[in-house]
Design a protein around this ligand. Structure first.
Ligand SMILES: [Zn+2]
Ligand SMILES: [Zn+2]
Length: 219
């Protein structure tokens, strides 16, 4: 599997940074986009510069209903209506109706489930803000891709662990201070909205990796 961050608060090279997160995942069989950032044109421009075709995306997974994660959806749907889309069932009815009329299938996620071979969702977690995270089976352990981590790392990692051993996490960790839960991980890619990047880097200097639009990694 290969993952490429296409949208983040930081960017390198000729890519643009912007508040939000989006990660492109190639499993061999499927091409998946996790979240879309808030500016769809910036998302498509960054993807273009990374030679990622929006038409090639089979599956779109949206973590939660915040604009910095779903704002790019309309522009993406203009480019590709042939996607299976997975959203937390807590998404508003209006949003679900709009999306479902413009895609191959809309799947409303409640509990944990498989999305395709080697790819799982934690199910929607959290109380006020319902959010799902993606779990990727690298064959050597699991990587968790997170949007903002609003439900808290404890709930997310607990749900992800049902599928196996978690060895990596990539995405926004928001203001989580549950750093001890990251111990033993091989890759900690704290990006997007992570408030306490410096603390996490200090605690886990070997596992910490800098996340930015353009970051990619084979897992
Ligand atoms: Zn959020
Ligand atoms: Zn966010």
């Amino acid at each position: 599997m290969k993952l490429t961050v296409v949208y983040d608060n930081e960017a390198k090279g000729d890519l643009q940074s912007s508040w939000g997160f989006s990660c492109f995942i190639e499993t061999g069989a499927k091409k998946i986009l996790f979240d879309t950032g808030w500016d769809g044109h910036l998302l498509l421009r960054n993807m273009d510069k990374l030679s990622i075709s929006s038409e090639s995306i089979d599956i779109l997974v949206l973590s939660h209903q915040h604009w910095d994660h779903i704002g790019g959806v309309p522009a993406l749907l203009d480019a590709n209506q042939d996607m299976d889309i997975y959203v937390p069932s807590a998404f508003s009815a209006n949003l679900r109706n709009d999306i479902s009329s413009r895609c191959r299938s809309l799947n409303e996620i409640k509990g944990p489930q498989q999305i395709c071979k080697g790819v799982y969702t934690t199910g929607q977690l959290g109380r006020e803000i319902k959010e799902q995270s993606l779990v990727l089976d690298s064959g050597k352990g699991l990587y968790v891709i997170v949007g903002c981590s609003h439900p808290g790392l404890a709930a997310i990692l607990d749900a992800a662990s049902a599928f196996g051993d978690v060895i990596g996490i990539i995405g926004g960790l928001h203001d989580s201070q549950e750093y001890d839960l990251l111990s033993g991980m091989q890759v900690i890619g704290a990006g997007h909205c992570t408030v306490h990047k410096a603390n996490i880097r200090e605690m886990y200097p070997d596992a910490f990796v800098e996340i930015f639009a353009g970051y990619s990694r084979e897992i």
